[in-house]
Design a binder for this molecule. Structure first.
Ligand code: URA
Length: 189
């Protein structure tokens, strides 16, 4: 397919493959550098994201910005997307069939950006992109080769807001991610 970001955005905006499109305020397509070597993937929009149409702009987003700063990154250098592009009502987990319905958009985002490193933010993204049996407490910070890309998961920023005892492990993951970026990326730093 001769895909483009514009075509993808239009196709995604017209999507009615699941019912999340009926209850959302705004599509949260994704944001950042469309040729990013590093892509971060969350779970799905929350309330603030739904209002603003942008990923990670609520409290978890502020922490994500701090996490990026810790490894000398910012939103202009990475691409940020979610497994589902429309807010699940009440911030519930996106259901399997909603994730499957939305998968084409994320796959096309990954193909177009062509990142070297994918960072899954939390369990839902790790299960969808690394392994359906992924255990975030055991397997965070480990790199996997998935379709020629280096994939890793760390705790979701919302989990780090709820449970600060997880933060040292997440910061250790970030240091590993920075090391991997230095090893495999040419344009990021
Ligand atoms: N949580 C997510 O997983 N994604 C967002 O965009 C915001 C909060």
């Amino acid at each position: 397919m001769n895909d483009t970001w514009d075509k993808l955005k239009n196709d995604c905006a017209a999507c009615r493959r699941c019912t999340l499109g009926d209850t959302r305020r705004n599509l949260v397509f994704g944001v950042g550098n469309e040729r990013a070597e590093v892509m971060l993937i969350g779970e799905g929009p929350g309330e603030q994201e739904d209002i603003q149409g942008l990923p990670f702009v609520g409290p978890a987003g502020k922490l994500l910005d701090d996490m990026l700063t810790m490894i000398d990154l910012d939103r202009t250098k990475v691409y940020i997307a979610n497994i589902v592009k429309c807010r699940p009502p009440g911030n519930r987990d996106p259901q399997e069939q909603e994730q499957a319905a939305c998968r084409e958009w994320l796959s096309r985002q990954i193909a177009l950006a062509d990142p070297k490193i994918i960072v899954c933010l939390g369990r839902i993204a790790a299960k969808a992109l690394i392994d359906e049996n992924f255990r975030i407490t055991r397997e965070h910070g480990k790199f996997y080769d998935i379709s020629g890309r280096r994939c890793v998961a760390t705790y979701h920023p919302s989990a780090l807001l709820r449970d600060i005892s997880k933060r040292p492990e997440a910061f250790a993951d970030l240091r590993l991610i920075r090391k991997e970026i230095r090893a495999v990326c040419d344009r990021t730093y």
